[in-house]
Design a protein around this ligand. Sequence first.
Ligand code: 5AD
Ligand code: FES
Length: 352
Amino acid sequence: MNTTLATSIDKLIRHKLLTHGEFVALLQANSEQLRADLASEAVKTRQARFGNRIYIRGLIEFTNYCKNDCLYCGIRHGNTNAERYRLTKEEILSCCDQGYQLGFRTFVLQGGEDPYFTDARMTDLVAEIHRRHPDCAITLSLGERSRESYQALYDAGAERYLLRHETANAAHYHMLHPAAMSFENRMQCLSDLKDIGYQVGCGFMVGSPFQTPEMLADDLLFIQDFRPQMVGIGPFISHKDTVFADKKNGTLEDTLFLLSILRLMLPDVLLPATTALGTIAPNGRELGGSNVVMPNLSPVGVREQYSLYDNKICTGEESAQCIRCLSGRMESISYHITVDRGDAPDFPGTHS
Ligand code: 5AD
Ligand code: FES
């Protein structure tokens, strides 16, 4: 390894930050040896902060209607082949009740940008989950909404929000999204969420079309500056009914490499091993500096329909009902599934 690179790695471990140029050099140097070295440092960091604890979140994909048309996404509005579904309030509440019985203390409500879920409907739902399960954290992942809407949802009891920034490079953002979507608005949403007091998760796809090491360095610098409590990354996987049907998928290796870098940059961050990672490699979710898994709590009948990319894992193992076998697999690599709410270390309390 050349000395400049060795200095950069040392700097990343000690100071948790690099310049844009140093990040680009690190990303370009991506090799098996470098990935292994960074992964072992990332595991050390994770263990120092979290021991062998791994947090579980129950994921409820409650609607696949979406008004947007992201070029990469299988549930984009323009995909007339998508079979649409929307869970009722009762169905969502019953997913939470079942999840609670299974030991989940965080529910992640994720959906497309579905105009049916107005502020009135969403706040009513959040308030009811909060009333039934006051010891649980409610995480929302509903895309872009107004500041007033985010505030109302927070006041109703939601404490965490996941909104991937997708790319911190404005030009790249416009290559991945239709002209009607705005990079500035996405960034504004993230800053509003943080301002309101949410624990916020941002993130991006690894190997998305047109992505360069320079753009990834933009992502890392943005994340370093934004200091999210959570970061969601996963490989880009093409979906047959999208503009990017023929684009190459991101790789497991690159995703793990970036997970290691993120762990070293933000030692306390909650870093899920995402479903997309599990989709490209059966054991993908058992690797890397990650410390969160989000099994699917959605009714089995609709899981295939929430298809952002092709060949999503939707099997028994993926399902939350199979939490015991997930536990078994995690124990086999010395992780222990933790039942507590798993707040970010710099965010210990609950707001209500
Ligand atoms: N491949 C991988 N991830 C995708 N997402 C959307 N479409 C794809 C795809 N084809 C990710 C986006 C979005 C999150 C919910 O899923 O980053 O923010
Ligand atoms: Fe729904 Fe991107 S297609 S937000």
